[in-house]
Design a protein around this ligand. Structure first.
Ligand code: F6P
Length: 360
């Protein structure tokens, strides 16, 4: 079917559930339908930077039992921009040409890059510079890639956060406590608003809507007056302090990540309202677990569509999920925007309609 091709596939940025499902779908479509060769590049662009480039041949047998596995069988990295790559002596070096050489050395006709907006921007820059025939697939628990309604991994993360809320309800009610659940999502509140509604939260704080501790405590008091002795709060990791400061922690070599807003809120809430308050930080559990059926479905649809784009010679495009269909858009269009929660959108309206306090 058509001319023979050798294509590469890599996973880049933070992992999430559903990456193996998409690797499997790409392999099935490329090897099964087109009889092409598929090389899985190890540890994202690091595998191409390596001499010789590090890649494994993927066939149906290798991917057969991977549909339900979390993580990525290829490995990944969310550190080290290849255009300003940190060297052990602390200096930065442009290693883009090494990656481009790796792609050509493997004799690839095209590359499928599975990543979030940051990874796709880097991959596109490499593709433009080095003549790489790139097709992008959006994945991220944060669901912040523009245009596509869904990215791989988001649904599973929402399921995990919702399940945590279900569990917190009973212990909160048993102890008359305010329970705060801090969820991930980077600069967007998609996980918080979705899981918060699905998990019956009383208060949801997201970075897109500013809040005050007074409003939060007012809601807690109101619930008590109505006879509810507990309160469930969901907060997105990127929510700032009341003064507008980010709450972050140092992870390594000067790299910072969001984390700690739950504990900040707990102190303020208990000081202002006297309520006994506890915090659960879900963290990386949101990236693990077997992918939900929806994530498997989207991963499968994206994988097939990405291979078909290559078959049609349509490069520099990212597959998207729009109006119940897989479509594609120029990668440049997707990475030029950042998809946050629309403060006037359906989910915010739904939350307000349910009487959920959004802190404002
Ligand atoms: O982008 C995915 C994500 O899990 C974010 O929600 C979070 O802010 C970040 O990655 C955490 O990164 P790391 O895995 O480096 O701690």
């Amino acid at each position: 079917m058509g001319e023979h091709k050798r294509i590469g596939i890599l996973t880049s940025g933070g992992d999430c559930a559903g990456l193996n499902a998409v690797i499997r779908a790409v392999t099935h479509r490329a090897v099964g339908s087109y009889q092409w060769e598929v090389l899985g590049i190890l540890r994202a662009t690091a595998g191409l930077m390596h001499h010789p480039p590090q890649a494994i041949k993927l066939d149906r047998e290798k991917v057969e039992l991977t549909l339900t596995n979390a993580g990525t069988m290829l490995g990944t990295t969310n550190k080290g921009d290849p255009f300003a790559f940190p060297l052990p002596d602390g200096t930065l070096s442009d290693r883009s040409e090494e990656i481009i050489s790796g792609y050509h050395e493997l004799g690839l006709d095209a590359l499928i890059g599975i990543g979030g907006d940051g990874s796709l921007a880097i991959l596109r820059k490499l593709a433009m510079q080095g003549g790489i025939n790139l097709v992008g697939i959006p994945k991220t628990i944060d669901n912040d890639v523009a245009i596509t309604e869904r990215s791989i991994g988001f649904d599973t993360a929402v399921n995990i956060a919702t399940e945590a809320l279900d569990r917190l309800h009973f212990t909160a009610a048993s102890h008359d406590r305010v329970m705060i659940l801090e969820v991930m999502g980077r600069d967007a509140g998609h996980i918080a608003i979705s899981a918060g509604i699905a998990g019956g939260a009383d208060i949801i704080l997201i970075p897109e809507i500013s809040y005050s501790i007074d409003n939060v405590c007012h809601k807690i008091k109101q619930l008590q007056q109505e006879g509810q002795n507990f309160c469930i709060v969901v907060v997105s990791e990127a929510v700032c302090t009341e003064a507008g400061d980010k709450v972050e922690c140092l992870v390594s070599f000067g790299e910072r990540r969001y984390g700690g807003i739950g504990h900040y809120l707990a102190e303020r809430i208990s000081a202002s309202s006297g309520a006994e308050t506890r915090v659960t930080v879900l963290g990386h559990t949101q990236r693990g677990g077997a992918p939900s059926p929806l994530d498997r479905l989207i991963a499968s649809a994206f994988g097939v569509a990405a291979v078909d784009l290559i078959a049609n010679g349509e490069y520099d495009r990212m597959v998207t999920w729009q109006n119940r269909q897989v479509m594609s858009v120029p990668i440049a269009e997707a990475i030029s925007q950042y998809q946050t929660v629309d403060p006037k959108g359906t989910l915010v309206k739904t939350a307000r309609g349910l009487g959920i306090c959004l802190g404002d």
